[in-house]
Design a protein around this ligand. Structure first.
Ligand code: SF4
Length: 109
């Protein structure tokens, strides 16, 4: 899998995150929230993606990287306890949905 550019480019990631806040109300989901990044079909938190993060913008921050994943819809690194108004639909945690399969970002298993 090719790593998304934002996983290795903090400046671009920050710009896309700012856009997600502005255009999609990216925000904290709240502890008992039903809808979160972690179960959004756009959220990719596969082993390969964690590798991209740990070798990229989360280098030396392994603990923080555990909660991070790639948002394939808004193209930035988000956190599992956050959410936005473009939440795509339920999926198993971090596995990525149809969007991710099309983008070829799934682990092989
Ligand atoms: S589209 Fe999904 S993964 Fe991306 S920020 Fe919104 S809720 Fe999170």
């Amino acid at each position: 899998m090719k790593c998304p550019i934002v996983t290795g480019d903090a400046e671009l990631n920050d710009a896309n995150k700012a856009k997600a806040i502005k255009t999609a109300d990216y925000m904290e989901a709240g502890e008992d929230a039903e809808y979160k990044c972690e179960n959004c079909a756009a959220f990719v938190q596969t082993d390969e993606m964690q590798g991209c993060l740990e070798n990229g913008i989360a280098k030396g921050m392994e603990d923080e990287a555990e909660d991070m994943g790639y948002c394939a819809q808004l193209d930035f690194v988000c956190s599992e306890d956050m959410v936005c108004k473009k939440w795509l639909g339920q999926q198993a945690k971090g596995k990525g949905g149809i969007v991710i399969k099309i983008a070829g970002m799934m682990d092989d298993d």
